[in-house]
Design a protein around this ligand. Sequence first.
Ligand code: MUC
Ligand code: MG
Length: 367
Amino acid sequence: MKITKVEAVPFAIPFRKSLTFASGEVHVADHVLVRVHTDEGLIGTAEAPPRPYTYGETQESIVAVIGKVFAPQITGLSALEREVIHARLDRTVGNPTAKAAIDMAVWDVIGQAAGMPVTELLGGWSDRMRVSHMVGFAPTEQMVAEAERVRDTYGITTFKVKVGRRPYRLDVEACRALRTALGDGVELYIDGNRGWSASESARALREMDDLDLDLAEELCPADDVLGRRWLVSQTRIPFVADESAPTPADVTRELLGGSATAISIKTARTGFTASTRVLNQCEAMGVEVVIGNQIDGQIGTLCAVAFGAAHRATTRRAGELSNFLDMADDLLTEPLVIESGTLRVREGIGLGLTIDSDKLAHFRLDR
Ligand code: MUC
Ligand code: MG
């Protein structure tokens, strides 16, 4: 089962509704489709979503690093030599979504070769996850209207509210309006994408103390080391590290340093292999996790639910699995469906995904 080729195909699909947050905004899914081919004719598939404002990767850099660095390093290896594949990829620092997509595509090959669903190979805990929806920056009434629409249309009752604007009271007002409109039955949590200082975060959290927030994520930069520790030490809800903990080593540093008390696991940046390491670390240390979203398309979301549903700890909270709903189209032949607030894993061997060749021909940028 030798790897014969690793393809990196750039494509662009517009968002019907863009997502704006403290560190950036997304109007187009300018992602990279990654396909790992083997000598037995199996093809594993995954997608890499560049987030330049977070990790510095761009669509062009992902295509280049896969084509020039990673593909030559792993071509000729067996897809079963995952440790060797990772040792080669990990010689290069950074490039998380390029590495993660290769990892997940390799798992897809292994699942297909074994004739088994990847989600069952990973853990097989459940066949579904509850879904959490991200509400981006907008005037308060629009944020409320969006959450109500998503609740009424998809049955979603967990919302992550993007915060980190200045003055911070804009976000306090939006969160209060969401709680009032949606009632006590929904779960609300916040993600600042490092937009506030530690002291702004502390004030905002104090003013929202009565809103029954579940989690607070990346409210201020982890690089404000003492400020962040000071904030986390006084926060009464789990404080989630997302972009400050993109690798297992970062997870250790943030948790042991007191800069976070929970971890966002994103298959888009740690694939299945390193996500398993992060999850094992967190379970061993008694730290809560949440399945995050890197503003993935349907391929990435299918991967996230395959991993999230596979494990007990990742199913405790709703997973962030709905960003694809705002995209104008996608590449799967059979679209993902969110019903009654849940997303089911895809049945079938491997990752169970099939790419619509007409759509790929239409959206790919390298034709
Ligand atoms: C999130 O949870 O922060 C926005 C930027 C990014 O890196 O991921 C998304 C969502
Ligand atoms: Mg986040």
